[in-house]
Design a protein. Sequence first.
Length: 115
Amino acid sequence: MSEPSPERVTVVLTTAPDGRVAEALAEDLLADRLIACANLVDRVRSLYRWDGRVQRDDEVLLVLKTTSEAVPRVRDRIVELHPYDVPEVLCLPARGGLDAYLDWVAAEVGGDGDV
C-alpha cells in the first residue's frame, strides 16, 4: 500500500436535477474508474441566484469519492456529461479518514480494485 497522505482522497460534490441524471453521472464516473463511490442524496432543496433572480429547485446531491490525482479528470467529465450550463463541482480534500477506506478508494480509482 502507498504511504498514508492526508490529502490523497478528495470528496467531490455536485448536484443533478433528478435521480435519473444523478445515477447516470455516477455510473459513468464509476465505469471510467474516476471515482470509487457515489452517494446520492435525494431531494436537497437548493436556493441560489441565477440570471438575477433567486431560484428554488429540488435536486439530488452527489457525494463522490476519488483520488486527489483524479480530480481534474473527474471535474472535466462532470462538465462534459452534466445537463447544467454551470454545474456545481466542489472538491474537498478528505483528511483524517480511515486508512483502510482511503486505500480502497485509491485501489478503485484507475486501478484493478484489489486492496
